[in-house]
Design a protein around this ligand. Sequence first.
Ligand SMILES: Cc1ncc(COP(=O)(O)O)c(C=O)c1O
Length: 399
Amino acid sequence: MLILNSNVDYRHLLDPIDAENLGLDAASSVERHLQHRGHHAETPLVGLPALAAATGVAAIHVKDEGQRLQLGSFKALGGAYAVIRLVLEEAEARLGHPVDMAELQSAEVRTIARTMTFACATDGNHGRSVAQGAQLVGAGATIFVHAGVSDERVAAIARFGATITRVVGNYDHSVREAARVAGEQGWTIVSDTSWPGYERIPGLVMQGYTALVREALRQMPEPPTHVFIQSGVGGIAAAVAGHLAIALGDKRPIFTVVDPARAACIFETARAGHPVTVPHGEPTVMAMLECYEPSPLAWRILSRVADAFMTIDEGDAIAVMGTLARPLDGDPAVLAGESGGVGLAGFLRAVADRDLSAALSIGPDSRIFVVNTEGATDPEKYQEIVGLSPDAVMSGGKA
Ligand SMILES: Cc1ncc(COP(=O)(O)O)c(C=O)c1O
């Protein structure tokens, strides 16, 4: 299903506050901060020429976030960045002078960081990022996880020294519980979703994601004509769409947001024209996208700069993992977790449907850009779905 955004007003793009938050200067400062993060390397941009030929488009490029900062997903860019920025701001306030990123590990700043605790709710990936950021600066972290978060994902967060709190219910319940406990304890909540009166920190998290767009624009021979990005609460889609609109202006690509049909909060929000909560049904295999309430901040941006909203089904998400694991001749394999390939699945669904292709103006000159937002962050689940271990995929099915 596809909805075209009738709100898009090309003359009046973003609110000034969002334009600044996702703009070129902000993205440069995110890239500068990355120089001080361990294991930083630009993630690869993978071309899939055989798949492009088979689907009748000029190019398909996948920004592969599977190895980002050794955390397994693009989320590594957001939560940890927000934690670091908040520690630097606190240090500036207490010390009374500007504090540069290069001073993050100074005794003065670490003493201040030790007095701070960061908390968040997570499906897995965001919590890992917040926990890593807190460990890097020497602060405390308490991460709230709902019943559906696998033990493997919890262990991957706990590895960074965070305290884990299990919450009854789903992701949206864990968001509320994290905010409640953090309020009582005087902790700083670093959420990847926003709510009325709480936008600045989710805005920083989204600002962190802009680094992947900067890298991709440098890596691509030409800017894309079409972008398909998956959404949970809408943060990554809004960050990518917002930054592309700022960076490319009139030449910005046609931007489609892709939701799981079973948790289509951004899609239904687009249909309604304002943020709506969708009913909980059966869980989706796209575990990281299982959000029933959109981020109002993300929606404010997407309502201005996204062109279309679509849903995909469970089978599409499963099939695309196999398509990326067992690529057409000549294309490299890409390790995509359950939520990683959803943008590509959206494109494959659209290109296979004459009406959808026409609505999105997909044709032989189209250059498609998608983000593999996660690698095999839950290796057991990956193997169960794909029938190959992550190692086997990366060694061409031989391991
Ligand atoms: C791998 C992966 N992809 C996509 C998303 C969706 O991001 P957002 O909730 O910002 O829309 C998430 C969110 O956790 C994720 O972990």
